[in-house]
Design a protein around this ligand. Structure first.
Ligand code: SAM
Length: 276
């Protein structure tokens, strides 16, 4: 009878929570790593946490010990139903069934208090999720994200390398990036085909761009990298006011033969201000 009850529980919960590839579900299953990751997440007293994609809650209750208010946004209806039962005793956890890319982050923001975002992210949409957090940088002091190793490398890339890209510039405009842990595939189920890395994004306190300028800035950086083998001045002159672009290059330290990968984050910010 006990076995039967256990089997029913298993069928109701575990089987229904079989990993869904389209949701990027690779669940953390190694307790040692789960504790190691949680231990490297620093949350000051009174700071709310946003967990993106709690899944089966591998790290959720450890996060709940670090805060008075944990908001967990999960798209998978079945995972949310499972978490509603398993996390029912945690009064400080608010489960939200939503697509984080469509979710209004302002709805959970507390005035004058910056949140910490955490997530073992679905790798297929990790970049848009991070960009969304940074578009909303006014609500956050930090992000801790599990990423595909190659994406982590791009966040840390230096100018003049092949990894230096739109994502590098976009993320580093708003955050200082640190690599915390390399994470082996065997700590997830199912085992991913790619290697993983746990990263810390410390959101910069200074405002470098007005909120209303962020999308236009991202658009400029995207344009610059759209033809990374060409001189960036030529790529930009097709899209922006040619005189302003040429004047920026003539005044600055950047040679007019430079390619997109040679400009630093500060130079992109300067360029954006010059052509806006
Ligand atoms: N945090 C869990 C863990 O570490 O075991 C699960 C991590 S799994 C890599 C990614 C999680 O994000 C899954 O639970 C998946 O359902 C969820 N997810 C995928 N796309 C999402 C979206 N657009 N919005 C919110 N959650 C999403």
């Amino acid at each position: 009878m006990l076995y039967y009850a256990g089997t029913v529980y298993f069928l109701r919960h575990e089987v229904r929570l079989r990993a869904k590839k389209h949701l990027g579900q690779n669940f953390l299953i190694n307790p040692h790593y789960i504790e190691k990751l949680a231990a490297s997440i620093h949350v000051a007293p009174g700071v709310p946490i946003l967990e993106i994609g709690p899944g089966k809650g591998a790290i959720t209750s450890l996060l709940a010990q670090k805060t008075d208010a944990l908001f967990a946004v999960e798209k998978d209806h079945e995972a949310v139903a499972y978490l509603r039962q398993t996390l029912a005793s945690h009064r400080n956890i608010t489960l939200i069934e939503a697509d984080v890319l469509k979710f209004d982050l302002a709805s959970i923001a507390v005035p004058e208090t910056l949140m910490v975002a955490v997530g073992n992210l679905p790798y297929n949409i990790a970049s848009p999720i991070m960009l969304k957090i940074l578009r909303n940088n006014r609500f956050f002091s930090a992000g801790y994200f599990m990423l595909q190793r190659e994406v982590g490398d791009r966040l840390l890339a230096r100018p003049r390398t092949k990894e230096y890209s739109f994502l590098t510039v976009a993320i580093n405009t708003f955050a200082r990036v640190h690599r915390l842990h390399l994470v082996p595939p065997g700590v997830f189920s199912p085992v991913p085909k790619v290697r993983s890395v746990f990263m810390h994004l410390a959101i910069r306190k200074e405002t470098r761009l007005a909120d209303s300028d962020i999308d236009n800035y991202f658009s400029l950086v995207t344009t610059a990298f759209s033809q990374r083998r060409k001189k960036v001045i030529n790529t930009l002159c097709h899209r922006y006011h040619e005189d302003k672009v040429r004047q920026f290059f003539s005044e600055g330290r950047i040679h007019d033969t430079a390619r997109a990968e040679e400009l630093s984050v500060d130079e992109y910010l300067g360029l954006f201000k010059a052509v806006s």
